[in-house]
Design a protein. Sequence first.
Lengths: 301, 319
Amino acid sequence: MTEEIQEFWRWSEKNWRAPGLDWRDASVVTAGIDVGSVSSQAVILADGVVFAYHSTRTGSNSPDSAKKALGGATEGTGMTLDDVHYVVGTGYGRVNVPFANRAITEIACHARGANSMIGPTVRTILDMGGQDCKVIRCDEKGKVQNFIMNDKCAAGTGRGMEVIADALGVPIEDIGSRSFDIDDEPPPVSNVCTVFAKSEATALLKAGWSINRVLASYCAAMAERVAGLIDRLGMEPEFFITGGIAKNAGVVRRIERLVGVKAVPLPDDTDLDPQIAGALGAALFAHALYRKEQRAAAAAG
Amino acid sequence: MCRRVVVLRVEVCARARERRGLALAEAGVPATTYRGNRVRRSSDKETGMIVAGIDVGSKNTKIVALRDGEVAVRVTVSSGFDQEESARVGLEKAAAELDIGFDDFAFVAATGVGRKAIAFAGHLLTEVAADARGAAALDPEARTVIDVGADEARAIRVDEGGKVLDFAVNEKCAAGAGAFVEAMSRALEVSLKEFGEISLESTESIPMNAQCTVFAESEVVSLIHSNTAPKDIARAVHDAMAGRVSAMVRRAGVQGAVVIGGGVAHNVGFVQALKDTLGVAELRVLPQPEYLGALGAALAAADKAGDKAGEGARVAGEA
C-alpha cells in the first residue's frame, strides 16, 4: 500500500463564473491569459465585464497551460475559442500563447487590472508572483510610469513560500493565519536567500520554536525583502497588492507594518481575486484593442 | 602538486611554563584555578605541545590539531544545531586520537561562521584571516586564495608574507556556494563526486538562465525532461557557479599563484570550470582543502600558545 504524499505547497485552483450573466448576450467577448511561471490565469470579459475566470498551475509547457486556463474558464459555458473576439497573452509565457492576438507585458497588465479592480486612486502596485516580485507605479488611468522588479532570486516570491510550506509541512494557504498565532513577533530569518532561510527555519524548529513562530519569522523575512523593493521605487498611496501572495495575510500585514501604509482591500461586493489582476488587465486591453480595430474597420469601410 | 609540511617556529619551553606555574603558586593562586588557563601542563608529559584550530562551518565543523607545529590529527563533525556541542564532540575525538584529555590542548582557536558559539576557544579569528594563514603555510607561493564552502565563498589576495591585502565574500546567496552544486546534483540524482567527474566529459556548453538556486533546480529538472545529457547539465551547473565565484574573485583581485580550498575544491568539475572562467594557467587545489580554515586557526592557536608561554616566562622573570 502506498501512502499518499501530501503536497503542502499546492494551492487550490480557482474557477469563478459571473452569476446571471450570459456571454451570448454580449457583442464583444475578449480574453486575457496570464501564463506565469507558477500559475496561469484566464479572464473572460463580456462587453468589458468579467464573465469568468480560472486559475491553474502552469505546467512544463506554456501553450498547454494557456489552453488549460482558458479551458477552465469556458468549461460548461458552451463558449469556444471562435466565440472570443480578441485574446491578449501576458506573463512570463506570454509569447507562447498560441491563440493570442497580441502579447503585452505583465507589468502593463497588472497596472491596468489593479486600476480596474480598485479604481483610479491606485498608484503603487505590488505584484508578488510565483517567481518574481514587482513594484509598479501607475497614473490614474492605470498607465505604468515606473517599475522595479526582482526576477533573479526566489526570496520574496511565491516559490520561496512554497519551499517553506513543503519544508515545514504546512499547507500554503494556512501559512498567513498561522503566522499570527504567536505570543510575540520573532526576528526574521535570512531575507536574502531562500535556501539559507529554509535551513535557518529548520534549525529554529530543532531549537524548539513552534511551527507558527517559524512561519512568522519567515513571513517577516519575506516582507522585509519586498518592503526593500518598495522603498527603492518609493511608496505613493493608494497601495494595492496583486499576485498569489496577496492572499497571504502573514506577509501582507507585515509589509504594511514596514512601509507604514495599508494596502487597499478588494471591495466587499466583488468576487475577483488579486491573483487574476494580470489576466484581467490583459482582457481589458483585448477589449480596447478589439474596439479600436472595429472602429478602424468601420472608418475604412 | 607537492604537499608542503607545515613547520612552525613556536618557541615554547616547558621550563617557562613551569616557572609561570611556580610564580602563580607563589602569588597564592591555587593550582586548580589555573586549570582554566590554556597554557597547560600537557607539555610536561611527552606529548609535545598540542594546539587545535576549529573551523565551525555552516555544514561541517573541521578540527586540525598540531603537535609541535605539525598536523597530528584532522577531525570533521557535522556542525548540527548546537555548534559548541558539536565542536566539543569533535575536539574530544581529536583528543582521544592523540591520547590526551580534552583539557590538555595548550591552546584552542576557532574560526568559521559559527566561531562565536565556541566559548571554550581562547582566540577567535575571522575566516579570511584563517584562510590566509592556512594557505600561506600550505603553499607559500599563493597570492590569491579562494575558499568555497557549503554556504559561503571568499577570495583573498595576500602578499608574500601571507598578509591580507584585499578580500571579497559571498555569504548571502547559496548560488555562489557549495549548496548550489549540491542541490543540482540532488536534482540529477547523482552523487556529488560523480557530478563533478561527469562534468569533465561534457563536450557541449549550455547556458543556465536561472541565477537563484531555487529557480535553477526547476531549470535542471526541465533540462532533464528535455533529455539533455547529465554530463552537459553538470557542466552547465559548474559553469554557472564558476561565473559567480570568479566575479567575486575578481573583486578581490587575481594575482600570482591562485589556490583553492574549502570542501568544494574536491569537485573536479567545478575546479576546471573556475580555472577556465578565471582564465588562469593553473588553479592549485590545496591538500585537504576542507581543512584550510581549521589549519589557519590551529596555526594561530600555536602562536598564542607560544605568546602565552613567553608571557609566562616574562612574568616569572619579573617575579
